[in-house]
Design a protein around this ligand. Structure first.
Ligand SMILES: [Cu+2]
Length: 147
């Protein structure tokens, strides 16, 4: 009887483990990244989409999201364009007040992607924008020592 109970407990444990794993993958695929995932993986994923105007879209954080990033941290920016999108997009990062840009992607179009590494440096406020749609595809980056 107790042996059977142990067996049942083990099966239950395996099922729970499976559910946690599946749920994790499901979240990754369906809902994209959360702020937690962003902190953990240091990957910023943005898609160039047209919602009336062109915007940067994060699956979890929304349109032209405010990016809360940690200072002195290396992030990977991964930008993707929509299939059949004939417009070109290029993401650039620069100080909020303008000036020399600090990082830039390659130009993307027709479903292509580009990624680049970005070190956030000191706590500061930056902005990101699309070279071709600077008014509608733009958002702020808040670099802080504590997230
Ligand atoms: Cu654009």
């Amino acid at each position: 009887m107790s042996k059977l109970l142990k067996h049942d407990t083990f099966i239950l444990f395996v099922i729970c483990l499976l559910m946690v794993t599946l749920n994790f993958q499901f979240n990754q695929v369906s809902f994209g990244q959360t702020q937690d995932a962003l902190n953990q993986n240091s990957i910023v994923e943005l898609t160039a989409e047209r919602v009336g105007k062109y915007v940067w879209k994060s699956n979890e954080l929304g349109f032209n999201p405010l990016l809360n990033l940690k200072s002195n941290e290396n992030y990977t920016f991964l930008i993707t364009s929509i299939q059949n999108d004939t417009a070109e997009h290029q993401l650039k990062i620069e100080p909020r007040e303008g000036g020399e840009h600090l990082a830039e992607s390659e130009v993307i179009e027709h479903g292509s992607s580009s990624q680049f590494a970005f070190n956030t440096g000191i706590p500061q406020v930056l902005k990101y924008y699309c070279e071709y749609h600077p008014r509608s595809m733009t958002g702020m980056i808040n670099v802080t020592s504590v997230i």
